[in-house]
Design a protein. Structure first.
Length: 399
């Protein structure tokens, strides 16, 4: 029989100690040390273990926990530790055999049961330490979401954000200490929210309503979603470019010559498992890319200020590379020489010189060339005609 792990991660609900499973109670009674937030420690039955309050900031508690390695330890977390909980933050510092987990009922499950909502069709967000903008991609009339919040004041922040985004007709059910004897529910519209006080731990079930702008699901979002100085892959070409980039689960993108960051941001909007690094030489554009990403609610975006290929050294390797600005022969040769087989590259060119580079690259290593010519209707005297954009040549290849 294998040796038991030294650490057990126990999910604690507001109904503790009565709601703790037999296995969780056994782990607590057999522990030498129990570490957790003071609120969680206060919910426990009488135990002989030494109790340690998890420090703030959270990261400081990791070192305190690891110093106990080899002793019998229980770490407390809210509900299900691996659903917007502390479980994954702890487990990433440990080998698989070092820990076991005993999850409790998640807040999402409890609230969905109170609301009568199918959890598989409800958006779930943990905003304990994340900005309200994280909600932006999911905001649309009829959407139901459950939002875990930092504290009582954050309920007002949520209302303010919904109003600012144009969803001021939304309905909220705010839950305090859900699942425990202190549980309280307040059903309120956003407009009536601001004269009410709420206490931690708190979450909100939101039925989104209002006339706010909805972020489309398909790539090629309207240009006005992005702040730009004009250096941006425009909507139709962006849609074709994202199609060529063909994001797959858990892939990492290098967006070289980010401009407004629209390509990298739309890549991230495709799926939460994706990540991206944007490389941009101009400091003002670096700031704009960061602001665009934050406003549209995407994380997993790293922005590097620098000129490629020099700025590429030391970066996490990509699965896919997009070159939208600063295309040079030196950069293309660097990518060919440094990137492993299987890496996909998509590059867009507008000038005759950069077109020639892509044509030569295709002759050298293959791939596909696509010429994109677009025109939009525009006034022409008293009538209307077609106004052509500069043609774009797109090269896509798998090394």
């Amino acid at each position: 029989m294998s040796e038991l792990p030294w650490l057990t991660i126990v999910g604690v609900g507001e109904d503790a100690p009565d709601g703790l499973s037999r296995a969780s109670l056994t782990a607590l009674r057999g522990a030498e040390f129990v570490i957790g937030a003071s609120r969680h420690l206060g919910l426990l039955p009488e135990i002989e273990a030494e109790q340690i309050v998890w420090p703030v900031p959270f990261a400081d508690g990791i070192a305190r926990l690891l110093a106990l390695r080899g002793r019998r330890v229980v770490a407390l977390a809210s509900g299900d530790p691996f659903w917007f909980g502390a479980g994954s933050s702890i487990a990433r510092h440990l080998e698989p055999g070092e820990w076991a987990a005993l999850p409790g009922v998640s807040t999402f499950s409890l609230v969905a049961a109170r609301m009568g909502w199918p959890l598989e069709r409800t958006e779930c967000f943990g905003l304990h330490a994340a900005p309200m903008e994280r909600l932006r991609p999911a905001l649309a009339g009829g959407v139901r979401m459950i939002v875990l919040l930092r504290d009582g004041a954050a309920v007002q922040d949520l209302g303010t954000y919904l109003v600012g985004a144009g969803f001021d007709a939304s309905q909220l059910s705010v839950f305090e200490a859900v699942g425990g004897p202190r549980e309280r529910r307040v059903d309120v519209s956003v407009s009536d929210l601001f004269d009410k006080d709420f206490a931690h731990p708190v979450c909100a079930a939101v039925e989104v309503q209002g006339a706010g702008a909805v972020l489309p699901l398909a790539s090629g979002r309207a240009d006005d979603w992005f702040e730009s100085d004009g250096q941006m892959t425009k909507r139709p070409v962006r849609a074709l470019t994202l199609s060529a980039l063909a994001p797959r689960l858990f892939e990492h993108l290098w967006d070289i010559g980010g401009g407004s960051g629209s390509i990298g941001i739309e890549w991230l909007l495709a799926h939460p498992s994706l990540s991206a690094t944007v490389i941009e030489p101009r400091a003002d554009r670096v700031g704009r890319i960061t602001q665009n990403a934050a406003r549209l609610g995407v994380d997993r975006l790293k922005v590097v200020e620098g000129m490629a290929p020099e700025a590429l050294a030391g970066l996490a390797p990509p699965d896919v590379v997009f070159v939208g600005g600063g295309l040079t022969a030196e950069l293309l040769h660097w990518l060919e020489a440094k990137l492993p087989a299987g890496t996909r590259i998509v590059a867009n060119a507008v000038t005759l010189e950069s077109e020639a580079m892509l044509s030569a690259a295709q002759q050298r290593i293959g791939g596909d060339l696509l010429r994109i010519e677009l025109a939009q209707s525009a006034p022409l005297g008293t009538r209307r005609g077609w106004k052509a954009s500069y043609p774009v040549v797109q090269w896509s290849v798998t090394l």
